[in-house]
Design a protein around this ligand. Sequence first.
Ligand code: SF4
Length: 924
Amino acid sequence: MYLSGSKWNTRKRRRRSNPWRVLGLLLLIGALLYLNSFILPETPPFFVATLVPTRSPASLVLEGESLFQAGKLAQAKLSYLEAIAIDPQNPEYYIELARIQVFTGEYAEAVSNASNAVLLDPNSARANAVLGWALDFQAFADPESASTLEALERVEQAVELDPNSALVRAYYAEVIIDDDLEAYDRAREQAEQAVRLDPNLLEAQRALGYVWERTGNYALAFEAYQNALRINPNLAVLHIAIGNMYFVQQDVQEAIRSYTTATTLAPEDVVPNQLIARAYAQVGEFGKASQFAQAAVDLQPTNPRLHGDLGRMYYKNGEYESAIASLALAIEGSADPAGSQVNFYISSPDVIHAFEIARDLQQKNILTLMCGNVDGNSMTKQLLRKGVQLGWDTRLVPLGPEVEHAIYALHWAARAGITFGGMKGGDFKKILKYSKDKVFAFAMVLGPLNDRIWTTGAGAIDMGFPAIANTDIPVVHPTGVTIYEEVEKELDPKKIVERCIEVRGLKITVSKPPIPVAFGPAFEGERIRKEDMHIEMGGQRTPAFEWLHMVDLDKVEDGKVTIVGTDAEARYKKGGQMPLGVVIEVAGRKMQKDFEPVLERKIHHFINEAQGIWHMGQRDQNWFRVSNAALAEGYVLRHFGDILTTQLKHKFNNIVDKVQVTLYVDEADVKRIHAEAQKAYHERDVRLASMTDESVDTFYSCLLCQSFAPNHVCVVSPERLGLCGAYNWLDAKAAYEIDPNGPNQPVLKGEVLDAVKGRWKGVDEFVYTNSHQSLEYFNAYTIMDAPMTSCGCFECIMAIVPEANGVMVVNRGFTGMTPIGMKFSTLAGTVGGGAQTPGFMGIGRFFLTSNKFLSADGGFKRIVWMTKNLKESFAEEFKKRGVAEGIPDLIDKIADETVAEDSEKLLAFLTEKGHPALTMDPMF
Ligand code: SF4
């Protein structure tokens, strides 16, 4: 909903009220209030419902209507409450009360009263329509508590019940456009029909104005709102809407006039004052802006946002001391400037514990974005002095030397809502809420604070990210902006990471193997250069392999690590190079042969998570390095075994009951066991090659990403992996065994509905249910017709290139332009969020090598452009695909960024090379 109040209802009653009667009634109200206050203090408060029906409900309703027409919403509400107290079985009273409660921003109460009306009369079109409309507002204000889908269902039912109701059509129009801005045509039709049905219905005119406003047709919106205003000139929300239309059309003076009228009609409402302040600020009159911002604060002195607005106006007006005081109150959430304890120049220890803090954050797998400095010294500099590797790979990312560089972190966080939450740019309320609920960020403020740091911190807090300082600052208890504390302190540097985790409400479980170096995913990206290396194994320098296989339970001594070889530890200590064969034997009642490669692939991650240890490759193409630093910490050979035994048990505890590891370091042993391992690798390859989508009757889901893309469903089949690349069919199957109630569930394919496009009845049913009815079906093998949804984690994005009759593929990490004029980041915003977008699709990289890749659209031959990185990574596989397609040099006909970054050059390249897509059937 707009702050402006455009999404507010105003309504003309069909039966016009008599102005003389209204005047008489108002005088009567005045007289009674006078009596109540000055003459008869024991008289019960006026307008409070009494259990004794002293008035007829009809007269109260008449009174409510009149008060509504006069713009006195609070009093009108009381009239209906009194009517309900007298006759609680009449649905009409609940309907009218709910409508007014929407106007007054009490959406939960409005939903509750509209629901009561529906309970009393389920076939009432008006009751259902008002319920839908209230749900629409509720969903806008708090997406967790209601959904526009629910709202839509209600108003659709209302339309079915009474298609000729202008009121119902008006509400329907609003809900449609709130549910889907793209559906503006349908929304406009409904609003226009509402106006045709009853041109004197205020809701109808207002709904039409709202639809025009949402679609950017401000002049038409203005006209419709003016029509509404002629029907009832006493509603503040309408004047606000008109003011907004003036404002967006740059007529600031007229906008201020409209907002001022709104303040006189609703003197208790902060919104008009806020808008006047904004309007004056727009034309640079910050002195006046701060006066109105102050008026808003006076109305709600405990609202920190209003203090924040006021602080900004003071700041712009050059009144820095007042700005600091207001912004401090905004941060502190305090209502009492005199009682404020904020000190802007607090002395404190510097960031000498940067190294320990960074290491702690890394071990807990927390991405750290660093900015700011204290007297020219910064955490970034301190870590560099300590020789700590910085960058995305080690999850310690410097943003810049100034505190304002925090904007990059906040911007990145805001993008999460757009990329993963399916929000549109400008949906600031939704994005703020998404940040608070789903982006688990916090600000750790090290060193003394100044006004710039406080102000930047306020920006972070506004997004729901608490700030935790290591200085003695005043704390701020929850006000609802963040989930728990807003500003907290922890003076002990050893405890500050824990405190941050606690304040943000994070749940982090760390299982550290018994090794002397730090351990965590953040160390996976570490590199060990030759000069920092103590010893290496494999990497074509020495024979090496790693092989995991299952054995019977009684053959495994859990946790045992055996080293086989002559003078193993002494050779290890000496350094240089040595052979290494790693044999892991696992046993478990639920363990299956199919899970062996799944577990074996984890060796790479587990070993790499140890600080100072590096691993690459798999099977007999592996390579280990141990750094001098790790050796100095006491890392010995058997620690490889300790990592593997503990982590395999910890991560796969449902299928792995026992693990033992044997390390072979003599060349003869390594070569002998390697021959055995090779046989096992070959058997697995044969089994995997025989697995097709047709050869199994069960696929697996992955719903992991629903935590941020609520309707997204990955369906993982033998020939199509999850779009993040992390889950293939075997992974998902193993994950289901590990956690039968987790996000990877078996999906029975059921009846084949379309073998070419890849559609099955069982899959459709699963997708429909698990996408919360937002997706009726999907096709696995086409990009053109109901492709799989994309959450935002995709390794690559495919998009149709219409001019070339083919598709392009761009991988994450490629920052250049693609021939369709969009970079990866722009495409990600378009495709992500769990939406099904024909012509666009997120995929895992390995899907490119699958026989089912776009098989319904012509297969691999449809690729006309892909990044050089992708071409090089899969050179061998792509050559094989070319041979399979009957065009051995197909890969050479595919353009990349070195030959084409726009469609013109792309077409010229494809024509010159004779790319097959140019002569294939049109894609659409
Ligand atoms: Fe699961 Fe990956 Fe799909 Fe996310 S993208 S739902 S993690 S398979």
